[in-house]
Design a protein around this ligand. Structure first.
Ligand SMILES: Cc1cc2nc3c(=O)[nH]c(=O)nc-3n(C[C@H](O)[C@H](O)[C@H](O)COP(=O)(O)OP(=O)(O)OC[C@H]3O[C@@H](n4cnc5c(N)ncnc54)[C@H](O)[C@@H]3O)c2cc1C
Length: 526
């Protein structure tokens, strides 16, 4: 059984810790405000700051309230909380010392990559320390023979492919945010992307990770070989949303660039017909590299923004990409045209060359900013459903949006059944934000009703934690909390995320009793 070394901290200041831990660990939050940070007296804070300065130089600390604002939220802009401090280490040994110090002082810690999370994962809801991984930005090694790259977590996703493109390789998971989001954030969120239909999510494209536990312990999980033996803790870490450990190094798998790529744009006069076509393509045994879908609102917004040459007289548009040997690509493109014609396609256009292909993708990649131009605010919902249910679900979303009096644009990874309804609202209008959040929840519950799940790639974070009970049983959730406790017994790593209620690890009955001494024996158990 994994344990923390909490009881080995001879220097624990139990009294100071008690108040902060009680506030973080015993709350049963439904709102971020439940985790409102506890004030730390100025004299105590000075002492704590001195301890940080013994680990990192002054330029690696941010405590000025104006500069701290840059770290108060992420891509889920409706949740904000100023951290007390931002620390920017650049060595794993510093991360270890920082986490150990925070454990000693009872300070919550949120690891942060680029802050593009769309589920509020990087928001420091409990205040405390933001551990920015921005300085972990080195590509440490490229192993062409084994098609592996060793990278630090702050490296932007796209930089990995750029570093190996001359060698005919690429890193496959390609979130739309790939020019900025970091590989550490991708591992923490198990990020997906346009080409994950064929190449898999982040979890399918990494070989090993180095990480540091809250008590400072440094771990190496996974390995270069296909199976490492023992429990697969690397997979547990992947998608753990910063709750278990801080990732300090990742070995990613590289793929050979395909010989040929074919891209095709297919229009339909209804979302249902497009949804049926997606299921039909996969049902015929084809695995395209990508199948993306946009509804009329998105097509029009994109056309006005980047002029990608999309047909504006259709109600839904599929962008399908196939790759591989030239002969396979040609055969797949012919099959897709035949299948989608049978499914009622009203517009089919095959990219004629690389420039044409880039033009088609430029619209899809600009879809989020295009919606940003027509709505003052929007929430990007992320749920996954069986492909068969795409058409009916688009109708359900339309109905729910009408009931809420809000507009929704749909642009999503249709091949994976991963929906991204963008709910447009105006936060300056009274009640609009709440209506948008409520609509987001209703859409996610509708996804669960048709056999789907709460997240395709953006994680649960802050946004969806209250809905976890709709997918997981009490037994499931209790087991997941036990895993959290095994890694982070103090519940100081990214508290307030993923789980609908926070229980103390003691409630799960594993907390270590050493020499008859129970840690925090004076803290009431309940
Ligand atoms: C325009 C736009 C498009 C997007 N498109 C996609 C998409 O196609 N597919 C997709 O999957 N996502 C997408 N996202 C969401 C987001 O980019 C991903 O979730 C991404 O993986 C987050 O990376 P980040 O570096 O920004 O992490 P952050 O937002 O900084 O953090 C996200 C989570 O990871 C944790 N974390 C970060 N670094 C570490 C670390 N070193 N150790 C431990 N935990 C860590 C944080 O604590 C937090 O919980 C999109 C976002 C935007 C804004």
């Amino acid at each position: 059984m994994v344990r923390t070394d909490v009881d080995n901290f001879s220097f624990l200041r139990v009294a100071a810790l008690r108040f902060r831990l009680i506030s973080v660990m015993t709350s049963t939050p439904t709102e971020a405000s439940d985790l409102a940070p506890c004030p730390i007296p100025a004299s105590e804070w000075k002492r704590i700051l001195r301890a940080f300065l013994a680990i990192v130089p002054p330029e690696s600390l941010v405590s000025d309230p104006v500069r701290l604002k840059a770290f108060q939220n992420d891509g889920y802009t409706i949740a904000r909380q100023l951290p007390r401090l931002v620390v920017m280490p650049d060595q794993e040994s510093q991360v270890s010392k920082i986490l150990r110090l925070c454990a000693m002082e009872g300070l919550p810690v949120v690891a942060r990559g680029a802050g593009t999370s769309l589920s509020g994962g990087a928001v420091p809801v409990a205040g405390g320390v933001v551990l920015s991984m921005a300085k972990f930005n080195r590509i440490k090694a490229i192993d062409l023979e084994n098609r592996l790259a060793v990278v630090e977590p702050g490296v932007p996703n796209l930089d990995i492919s750029r570093a190996v493109e001359d060698d005919g390789l690429f890193y496959a998971p390609d979130p739309s945010s790939q020019s900025v989001c970091t590989i550490g954030g991708n591992v923490a969120e198990n990020a997906g992307g346009i080409h994950c239909l064929k190449y898999g999510l982040t979890t399918n494209n990494i070989a090993s990770i180095h990480c540091v536990l809250m008590d400072g312990t440094q771990l190496w999980l996974g390995g270069d070989q296909m199976d490492s033996g023992g429990l697969d803790l690397m997979s547990v870490m992947t998608g753990s949303e910063g709750l278990l450990a801080v990732i300090t190094e990742i070995t990613v798998r590289l793929m050979p660039k395909p010989e040929a790529v074919g891209t095709i744009m297919i229009g339909f006069d209804s979302g249902e017909a497009a949804g049926e076509a997606v299921a039909a393509i996969i049902g015929h045994g084809l695995i395209p590299a990508a199948i993306e879908m946009m509804d009329k609102v998105s097509i029009n917004a994109v056309d006005a923004f980047v002029g990608a040459g999309y047909p504006t007289d259709v109600d839904a548009l599929l962008i399908v990409e196939v790759d591989g040997m030239q002969s396979d690509v040609d055969a797949a493109l012919a099959s897709i045209q035949r299948i989608t014609r049978d499914q009622g396609a009203v517009h089919i256009q095959v990219a004629q060359d690389e420039a044409d292909r880039e033009r088609i993708w430029s619209g899809r990649k600009a879809a989020f900013p295009a919606i940003g131009r027509i709505a003052s605010d929007y929430i990007c919902v992320d749920g996954s459903i069986p492909r068969r249910a795409i058409g009916p679900m688009l109708k359900t979303i339309e109905r729910l949006a009408d009931q809420a009096g809000l507009s929704v644009a749909n642009v999503f990874h249709a091949g994976d059944g991963n929906l991204h309804p963008l709910i447009m609202f105006d936060s300056s209008k009274a009640g609009d934000t709440e209506r948008a959040e409520e609509l987001g929840r209703a859409i996610l519950l509708a996804c669960v009703e048709v056999g789907g799940v709460l997240s395709g790639e953006h994680g649960i974070g802050l946004e969806k934690r209250s809905l976890m009970g709709s997918v997981f049983s009490d037994a499931d959730l209790a087991l997941q909390r036990r895993v959290k406790c095994a890694f982070d017994g103090l519940n100081l790593l990214n508290p307030g995320k993923v789980f609908p209620t926070l229980h103390r690890c003691a409630d799960h009955g594993w907390m270590k009793v050493a020499a008859g001494r129970l840690p925090f024996s004076d803290v009431p158990r309940f």
